[in-house]
Design a protein around this ligand. Structure first.
Ligand code: KIV
Ligand code: ZN
Length: 522
């Protein structure tokens, strides 16, 4: 099914992206990302792997229920139970897709599955048939396709198309292939598979050799009409093909590729910032398209050329990817209207309540900081959007440090139930001391596994973002917060986690009580 010039963008940020270490998201966070992806104009959202856990199932179902526009896909192994669970999860979607997969390469057949070629073909066909019982839109992926013998790959693909697969996705699961070799895989399949025109060819690349985008584009040149990718290229190991890069390559080199996508490219930058802020995975400065330096010109010769004609050194305009930097700096005298305009020009749509929340934060920040840059405004918006506050909030804190002696910190916390607690503690530095005081006040003990601080803007009064990764009762959590004061940001990042733990405990107690086993906490 080539001939048409439309390349579908299949986003798997919520599945392949989310399953990589450090990228996990809560259900409300997944919903926010899914809605942003719909606004971006992706054709398909792979919302998760419902058989993996109850949480995954619930998130896929919530996305299927609440996100309009894109096809909502769910992943499943070629096992009846997996497929039935996935089918239930996508049932509320106006248009759902079941994506079934089975490894086909010799190394996976021998060491992972212990199956002969015939068994693989039989199971793949069976998986597609089961999926078709629930859904007309079925995608099949021969996992590790790029390391599969071509004749066998063709045999599997032919069999699953005959069984009803409507999309055939060719994954480079381990990021091993190179563009001309991968081109040959697509040419081979198009030449040797009977019925290949009945299915849409898709590509799914990992970035272990830094070739995911190049390999995906090579597939497009050779007939792929769906690209699977993630925002900021997050994903297993070195990541997946970066959506923003592949989309801008197709757009900027339209004459070369002769293809188009449905993506509203002015949403690329805000979506990238959203995913980065939710996952805590920073976008490298020099990252193509959405990195901070992607449109910055430092060299005098370049700047001179740019002033004469931007096209001397610029192949894309920053505004095409949603980057609309302004030299106008906001400060404490700026009003709601100026803030609204700036928020809009940064690509965010806020309703009145959200704008009010951001405006409150803006005023508080402007009291502490002379000039507010775009990075400050972005941080305020991303922090305010979808952030529930409480049950614990930080009312006040103080910290003292001096060389050679332990630091002390005092925190005053407010609970929604009316309690106000002040605790003092000593520790190895002000953050450690403050964390001990927070643990003592809330009664929640955590093990801090990782702690990151980075500046979001420039200058001595720049805002810093703290991201903390902790463990509690065998589960991992991540919290993040922003402030011009690093101790304050650190305490708020920890409180975000503690609030989540407390809410989860309360929910669990409620469920038990509903089952008649225990008293309910208020
Ligand atoms: O990388 C891979 O092979 C996958 C498949 C499940 C499509 O993610
Ligand atoms: Zn993958």
């Amino acid at each position: 099914m080539t001939g048409d010039d439309h390349v579908l963008i299949f986003d798997t940020t919520l599945r392949d992206g989310e399953q990589s270490p450090g990228c996990s998201m809560t259900q409300p966070e997944k919903l926010r990302v899914a809605k942003a992806l719909a606004e971006l104009g992706v054709d398909v959202i792979e919302a998760g792997f419902p058989a993996a856990s109850r949480g995954d199932f619930d998130s896929v179902q919530a996305v299927a229920r609440e996100v309009q526009g894109p096809v909502i896909a769910a992943l499943a192994r070629c096992a009846r139970e997996d497929i039935e669970i996935a089918a239930r999860a996508i049932a509320p979607a106006a248009h759902g897709r079941l994506h079934v997969f089975l490894a086909t390469s010799a190394i996976h057949r021998e060491f992972k599955l212990g199956m002969a070629r015939e068994e693989i073909v039989r199971r793949a066909v069976q998986g597609v048939q089961w999926a078709r019982e629930h859904c007309a839109d079925v995608e099949f992926s021969p996992e590790d396709a790029s390391r599969t013998e071509l004749d066998f790959l063709a045999e599997v693909v032919e069999a699953v198309i005959a069984a009803g697969a409507t999309t055939i996705n060719i994954p480079d699961t381990v990021g091993y292939t190179v563009p001309d070799e991968f081109a040959e895989v697509f040419r081979y399949l198009r030449k040797h598979v009977r019925g290949i025109d009945k299915a849409r060819l898709s590509v799914h690349c990992h970035d272990d050799l830094g070739l995911a985008v190049a390999n995906s584009l090579s597939a497009v040149l050779n007939g792929a009409r769906q690209v699977e990718c993630t925002i900021n290229g997050i994903g297993e190991r070195a990541g997946n093909c970066a959506l923003e890069e592949v989309v801008m390559a197709l757009k900027t080199r339209q004459q070369h590729f002769g293809c188009r996508t449905n993506i509203n490219t002015t949403r690329l930058y805000p979506t990238s910032r959203l995913v980065s802020s939710i996952t805590g995975v920073a976008v490298p400065r020099n990252k193509a398209i959405v990195g901070e330096n992607a449109f910055a010109h430092e060299s005098g010769i370049h700047q001179h050329g740019m002033l004469k004609n931007a096209q001397t050194y610029e192949i894309m305009r920053p505004e095409d990817v949603g980057l609309t930097r302004s030299s106008l700096v906001l400060g404490k005298h700026s009003g709601r209207h100026a803030l609204r305009e700036r928020v809009k020009s940064l690509g965010f749509e806020l309703d009145e309540t959200e704008l009010n929340r951001v405006f409150e934060g803006f005023k508080a920040l402007a009291d502490r900081k002379k000039e507010l840059f775009d990075g400050d405004i972005e941080a305020l918006v991303l922090n305010a959007e979808g952030h529930e506050s409480g049950p614990w909030t930080l009312s006040a804190f103080e910290a003292a440090l001096a060389s050679g002696v332990a630091s002390t910190a005092a925190v005053t916390l407010q609970h929604v139930d009316g309690r106000q607690l002040m605790m003092r503690a000593t520790g190895d530095g002000p953050v450690d001391a403050a964390y001990k005081a927070v643990e003592a006040a809330t009664g929640v003990k955590v093990i801090v596994r990782k702690f990151e601080v980075r500046a979001l803007t420039v200058g001595e009064d720049a805002q810093g973002e703290t991201v903390v990764y902790v463990e509690h009762a065998g589960r991992s959590y991540r919290g993040a917060a922003v402030s011009t004061n690093i101790v304050e940001a650190s305490v708020n990042a920890l409180l975000e986690v503690i609030n989540r733990i407390e809410l989860a405990q309360r929910n669990a107690a409620r469920q038990l009580a509903a089952a008649g086993d225990a008293p309910v906490a208020p």
